[in-house]
Design a protein around this ligand. Structure first.
Ligand code: NDP
Length: 257
């Protein structure tokens, strides 16, 4: 009889927003999901509970990703959780989703501290997470980096943030060549404006924002976390096995021109 190994995933920043939707979507595909959070353990547990209520499997792991110690703590937590739940440490899918923005970060306003923080969380943490987890990532697995449409659309108040997302696209392309011999795919999914807590608050404060956003898109609704989770699930599934080193735009056609 054929043995079916339980497939596993780590989604960083899965306590809310896009990360939560990705965690739920992967769990719906039958993966055991490590739900990472930074500060909000209760929200991460809510993600786990939602997954469990839907018949899936998940566990929460907390770690601050602005420090290297935090990255190592996350690696330890994931290994321990996988071992407890599966009897092994094999990982199939790594989704680097956690990020901070530098909104209000015009060139002249940016501080060294803000700049270092946005690069530490958005670039250094995923880099070293991959370094640490590649040995336990199973052959045929996948890495999905969550990028942003800001790499092709100029947003002056998010300069440093946009630069981090550009770095992640470069990381994606180069890493795909490194990991490819093990049939591991590496891709970026790049959302446009997506209705997580930040955008929901902005829409409440500015009633015409929804109309403005839609006017800048090809598709006529405000992007939802679930809209972004679908291409991630595709890339993480066997159906995505021949797609690597690329950026998949998941922005509803934001600013196509
Ligand atoms: P949210 O701000 O809603 O959630 C961010 C998640 O990352 C939370 O789970 C948070 O954990 C975690 N996180 C943030 N900072 C840290 C940190 N220092 N250490 C550890 N964990 C941290 O994000 P979104 O869902 O809006 O965005 C998800 C991804 O999508 C990001 O990569 C973002 O750049 C990208 N994106 C989002 C867009 C949007 O419009 N929403 C548009 C384009 C790209 P906790 O709350 O527990 O601290």
């Amino acid at each position: 009889m054929q043995q079916h190994t339980l497939r596993t995933a780590l989604v960083t920043g899965a306590s809310r927003g896009i990360g939560r939707a990705i965690a739920r979507r992967l769990a719906a595909d039958g993966l055991l999901v490590a739900v990472h959070y930074g500060t909000d353990g209760a929200a991460a547990q809510e993600t786990v509970d939602l997954i469990t209520a839907d018949g899936g499997r998940a566990f929460a792991v907390g770690a601050e990703l602005s420090t290297h110690e935090g990255v190592l703590l996350l690696v330890e937590g994931v290994r321990a959780g996988l071992l407890a739940h599966t009897g092994g440490t094999g990982l199939d899918v790594l989704v680097n989703n956690a990020a901070v923005s530098s909104s209000g970060g015009h060139l002249q306003d940016e501080t060294v501290e803000q700049f270092d923080r946005v690069f530490a969380v958005n670039v250094r943490a995923p880099f070293f997470l991959v370094q640490q987890l590649l040995p336990v990532l199973r052959d045929g697995g996948s890495i999905v980096n969550i990028g942003s449409a800001v790499t092709r659309v100029s947003l002056a108040d998010e300069l440093a943030y946009a630069m981090t997302k550009g770095a992640m696209e470069t990381f994606t392309r180069t890493l795909a060549n490194v990991a490819g011999m093990r049939r591991i795919t590496v891709n970026t999914v790049a959302p446009g404006p997506t209705q997580t807590a930040g955008l929901t608050a902005a829409m409440a404060a500015m009633p015409q924002l929804e109309e403005l956003l839609i006017a800048g898109q090809a598709l006529p609704w405000v992007g939802q976390p679930e809209d972004v989770a679908e291409p991630v699930a595709f890339l993480a599934s066997p159906a995505g096995r021949w797609v690597t080193g690329t950026v998949i735009d998941a922005s509803g056609g934001t600013y196509l021109g």
